[in-house]
Design a protein around this ligand. Structure first.
Ligand code: SAH
Length: 226
C-alpha cells in the first residue's frame, strides 16, 4: 500500500517525496547500501510523524525534538540501525522507544510485524495516532518499560533499542530468537557505542561494535534511573 494514497495524494506531498528521494541519495553516500532500507526511507513520510512546526526540516539528516525532552533520530542513524538488523521481510521485530513512531513505520515496511514500546504516555498515544493515519497496520505501540521487552509477544527475530542504556537489558537478550539480531546504543549517559548482538542458531550470543553515537537516556528497570 502506498503512503501517498493514505494521504489522499495531495500535490504538496510531491515536494516531500522529492525531498525524500534526495535524502535517499545522501544515505547511499553515507553507506546505506541495502536497497530495501533505502526504499523504506524513501517511502515513509517523516514529515507526518514530527511536530508540524518542524516539517520544513523533516528530510534534513538531523535529529529533531518531539516533545517531553525526547528526539527523533537523524534519518541516517535510523537507516544504519535498520540496515544492521538485516531484515528480509518475515521477521517479528521489537522496538524499544517508539518516540515519534518513525522508526516503527520504517520497520513496518521491512518486516512482518512490529511491536514497539514507549514509556511516555503522550508520545505513545501520538505515535499510535500518526501510525493509524498512515494506515500502518502491522506495527503496534504499547505503553510500558521496554527494558523488560514484551515476553508475551516474543521471541523476536530482531530487536532495536532507540535510547541509550548502561548495558543490554537481559530480558531483551532472553527474548531474542536463535539467529536474531539486537541493535542499540549502550555505554555512558550522552555517549554510547552502537552494538549489534547476534544469537547464533546454536543459541550462543556474540557482540560487535558498529559505531559511536549519542542517544537520549533509556530509562527503566534495566536502564538508567528516571
Ligand atoms: N525510535 C524513535 C526515537 C525515539 S527517542 C523515533 O523513531 O522517533 C527514544 C525514546 O525512547 C523516547 O521517546 C523515550 O521516551 C523512550 N524510552 C526511554 N526509555 C524507555 C523505556 N525503558 N521503554 C520504552 N521507551 C523508552
Amino acid at each position: 500500500m502506498s503512503f501517498d494514497r493514505a494521504l489522499g495524494g495531495r500535490p504538496g506531498q510531491r515536494l516531500y517525496a522529492r525531498a525524500r528521494a534526495r535524502l535517499a541519495e545522501r544515505l547511499t553516500r553515507l553507506g546505506v547500501t541495502d536497497p530495501r532500507v533505502l526504499q523504506a526511507l524513501s517511502d515513509v513520510p517523516r514529515h507526518q510523524l514530527i511536530p508540524e512546526a518542524l516539517r520544513d526540516r523533516a528530510y534534513a539528516d538531523t535529529p529533531l525534538p518531539i516533545g517531553d525532552g525526547q528526539t527523533i533520530s537523524a534519518p541516517s542513524v535510523v537507516a544504519l540501525m535498520t540496515q544492521a538488523l538485516e531484515l528480509r521481510g518475515g521477521e517479528s521485530v521489537l522496538e524499544v522507544g517508539t518516540g515519534s513512531g518513525y522508526q516503527a513505520a520504517v520497520l513496518s515496511r521491512l518486516a512482518e510485524r512490529v511491536v514497539s514500546v514507549e514509556r511516555i504516555p503522550r508520545l505513545a498515544s501520538a505515535a499510535r495516532r500518526r501510525l493509524d493515519e498512515l494506515r500502518v497496520a502491522n506495527a503496534l505501540v504499547y505503553l510500558g518499560d521496554g527494558t523488560e521487552g514484551r515476553p508475551a509477544d516474543g521471541p523476536f527475530d530482531a530487536i532495536v533499542v532507540t535510547a541509550g542504556g548502561p548495558e543490554v537489558p537481559p530480558p531483551l537478550l532472553e527474548q531474542l530468537a536463535p539467529g536474531g539480531r539486537l541493535v542499540g546504543p549502550f555505554g555512558q549517559r550522552g555517549t554510547q557505542q552502537l552494538l549489534r548482538v547476534r544469537r547464533g542458531a546454536d543459541g550462543v550470543l556474540s557482540r560487535e561494535v558498529i559505531g559511536q553515537c549519542s542517544f537520549v537516556d533509556l530509562i527503566g528497570t534495566h536502564g538508567w534511573a528516571a
